[in-house]
Design a protein around this ligand. Structure first.
Ligand code: ATR
Length: 274
């Protein structure tokens, strides 16, 4: 789409932003829908985040996505948070309404849809989430409401405790476990730690414990060693690319009000990661 005087600008604030995949899928979606929008990554140093968020208003941007390390830090500069962003304590999407900046979090919804399209329903499931950082919080928000059991394990117990108490305050249910050297019969196991990002990382859990009836999800975008082991054990596996896709689809809808062309976005993502 040619950029005109009417083109609405959507941004991504991150630091670094060089490796982001979002511009490919968002611009493909705008173009497919004939929507006069353009998605631009901005490398925003943490010291400049407040100015950058204020610039959404002063530059009349349509909205932005936020990625590491800004998802939590942006909150004090916003006018309003939706329910998910408030409970999760992190914002991945900002929209503007009459000059007001509204924070949303579409990561958790994205996770649920990524599983659902693989035929995995979280409703009534027995689930384990490993990790209690930002990604885990978004996922656990939904699981704590829909699963029959949600266990959270984290290297630093205190963070798992904080997460469980926030979730229970918000009407969900989660229990902390201190040991994953043996596992009850979970339906769904989610790795929400950063283990697997680097090739020489240890595995987040012993793959010998996995059973073929289980679904294993890793929030990392590629097929991690955990997912490779899980496939060998006969488990269903889901990587983080589906969550990236669907969180982006929900953001697209928030900004444009248009039903997102998910398959166009998926093709754009798959083309770039191949
Ligand atoms: P994100 O936003 O991607 O969730 P984060 O908030 O930094 O990133 O959280 C990273 C998660 O990975 C945390 O749960 C972290 O555990 P701690 O709370 O104990 O730090 C987990 N993690 C990172 N490195 C780990 C390691 N070597 N072993 C176990 N857990 C690890």
């Amino acid at each position: 789409m040619p950029i005109s005087g009417k083109t609405r600008i959507v941004g991504l604030f991150g630091y670094p932003v060089e490796h982001t995949l979002s511009p490919y899928m968002q611009n493909a979606a705008f173009s497919h829908c004939g929507a006069d929008y353009c998605y631009v990554p901005f490398s925003v140093h943490p010291d400049h985040l407040k100015n950058a968020v204020e610039a959404i208003r002063s530059l009349n941007l349509c909205g932005v996505n936020l990625t590491i390390p800004h998802k939590e830090a942006c909150i004090p500069f916003l006018d309003q948070l939706d329910e998910e962003a408030r409970v999760i304590g992190a914002v991945n999407t900002i929209t503007t309404e009459s000059g007001r900046l509204i924070g949303h979090n579409t990561d958790g919804r994205g996770f649920v849809m990524a599983l659902r399209e693989q035929g995995i329903a979280i409703e009534g499931s027995r689930a384990l989430v490993i990790g209690a950082g930002g990604a885990s919080r978004a996922v656990a928000y939904y699981l704590s409401r829909a699963a029959s059991t949600l266990h959270i394990y984290n290297r630093t117990r205190k963070k798992a405790e904080e997460l469980a108490s926030v979730l229970s305050y918000a009407g969900g249910k989660a229990d902390i476990i201190d040991d994953i050297s043996s596992l009850p019969d979970y339906d769904l196991i989610v790795n929400a730690t950063s283990l697997g990002l680097q090739d020489n990382d240890p595995l987040p859990l012993d793959p010998a414990l996995l059973r073929p009836s289980q679904s294993v999800c890793d929030l990392i975008y590629r097929r991690t060693p955990l997912l490779q082991h899980a496939t060998q054990k006969g488990c269903r596996t889901v990587d983080g690319l589906g969550m990236l896709l669907w969180q982006g689809a929900y953001s697209f809808e928030l900004w444009t009000g248009i039903k997102p062309p998910v398959e166009v976005m998926r093709t754009a993502l798959l083309t770039i990661v191949k």
